[in-house]
Write a protein that binds this ligand. Sequence first.
Ligand code: PAF
Length: 283
Amino acid sequence: MEVVNSIEDMCELGRLWKSDPETTVVCVPTMGALHRGHGRLITRAHELGNLVVVTNFANPLQFDRPEDLKAYPRTPAEDRAVCEKMNVHYYFEPSAEAMFPPGFLTTANVAHLGTRIEGEVRPGHYRGVCTVVLKLFNIVQPDVAVFGRKDAQQLVIVRHMVRDLNLAVRIEGVPTVREKSGLAISSRNGRLTEEQKTKALCLSRALKRVHFLVKKQGITHSGELLQAMRSAINSAGEDVTMDYARIVSGYSLEDLSHVERGNTLLLVAATVGGVHLVDSSRL
Ligand code: PAF
């Protein structure tokens, strides 16, 4: 595995690969603190192409609160070892100074898609995500990029940006990896105690409950389903605050009055022991 830190070197490699029709470059954008969920992304990347680039950049622009950025886990040595073991070809780890030099002014924004739902809880978050993802696409020039489905809103927004700006990259969504308990794997789980992890199961429980109500009881009215989601989260007890529970279109992120099979996203988020957690599912 080759480690690249310089943006210029990575751009040069990207240009070389672009000119080779035999090379399909698959990019796995990450913020480090790699876990089994990232492992699944890397495995999928190997299936989709013959040159896998993992990027590791804890993007300051997507953290609305400095303390959240500070608390974000950093495990650079372990991350490199994981990538090496998983036969990643290139590992791109630029510095914040190189990505956002003094005088950096330009950002990418997918209008209201980025300010709704999670964007309301974390203002500016998706502007930060889109800006860094667009930069990474310009630098690495991948044919395909893989993203986890857990942050379903991020996936919708990135697809939208790619479509709107005619970016020459295909976006592939990869299913969420869960603990046996059902807890969606996240770098943030490391900040939870065992007791808080148990409480955090209210998120996956809320999603499962909706699947049950739709599939087994034929309920499609969002009002009733949302009530079930909210009560699953609100009954998790002290230390858990519901941030949102939404039933939205998988394309426009607009609230749906009824679930539409094949085009519905269930989005939930809660703060557990001060840690903001999200989960999602498709119907
Ligand atoms: O999903 C993430 O880890 C980040 O939002 C991403 C896509 C790497 C951009 O920083």
